[in-house]
Design a protein around this ligand. Structure first.
Ligand SMILES: N[C@@H](CCC(=O)N[C@@H](CS)C(=O)NCC(=O)O)C(=O)O
Length: 212
């Protein structure tokens, strides 16, 4: 299998980490959706990542669809999204809240790509408020599973991304349960196998405007 996209995208990274957790070998093609847009479009007409090219050449786009497929292949014992009941509801709710926050952080990052005079401070503030509301909701109801589920993978990768885009939102001590969970996750081999690209540990605003 081939995973298209760079790990500075929280959506690509959650797929890469899930593949490692599920023990599914793959090759990564770290294409940038901006500087290598034409290459990305060869795999995905929308020009978005992640894209997963399966062994038989079938192409899957969008991390939710990709993860759903991987869980099906992994089977009921190994899958990262529980199949039914309260456990499934908890993980589903967590994952959509975390991906919603990631979408809003990406929106801020993309707004910063516009010329300074065209950026909307109101829009970025609206996104910040939404991210904080999502993080508050996740923190309030957080309970970490013994083994990582998609709730941990998606929330931890989203936090790492928010830390790069809007570091003050996730300043130390604001969301202690999430912070502890993410630190534990980042120490796991599957997370370490999908590191942020070089230079990506500093906030995006200070490095360059190329995110994802
Ligand atoms: N819902 C999509 C979101 C993916 C997404 O936002 N990808 C970004 C990279 S972080 C992208 O491809 N951006 C380029 C674009 O939207 O034109 C998913 O879960 O895969």
């Amino acid at each position: 299998m081939k995973l298209i996209g760079r790990y500075d995208s929280p959506f690509v990274r959650r797929v890469g980490i899930s593949l490692h957790l599920l023990g599914m070998p793959f090759e990564q093609l770290p294409l940038s959706v901006f500087s290598e847009a034409a290459e990305v479009r060869k795999f995905s007409p929308l020009g978005r990542v992640p894209v997963l090219v399966l062994a038989d050449g079938e192409v899957l786009v969008d991390s939710a669809a990709i993860l759903d497929h991987l869980d099906e292949v992994a089977g009921p014992e190994r899958r990262l999204m529980p199949t039914a009941g309260a456990a499934r509801l908890r993980v589903l709710r967590t994952v959509v809240t975390a991906t919603g926050a990631a979408d809003k952080a990406i929106a801020i990052s993309y707004e910063r790509r516009r010329p300074a005079g065209q950026q909307s401070a109101d829009w970025m503030e609206r996104c910040r408020v939404q991210i904080e509301a999502a993080l508050g909701d996740l923190e309030a109801g957080w309970s970490t599973s013994k083994t990582p589920t998609q709730a941990e993978v998606t929330t931890a990768t989203m936090l790492a991304y928010v830390r790069r885009v809007e570091p003050e939102i996730v300043a130390a001590g604001r969301y202690p349960r999430l912070e502890r969970m993410a630190a534990d996750c980042e120490g796991l081999p599957a997370f370490r196998a999908c590191p942020l690209p070089a230079g990506a540990s500093a906030p995006i605003i200070d490095v360059e405007k190329r995110a994802c």
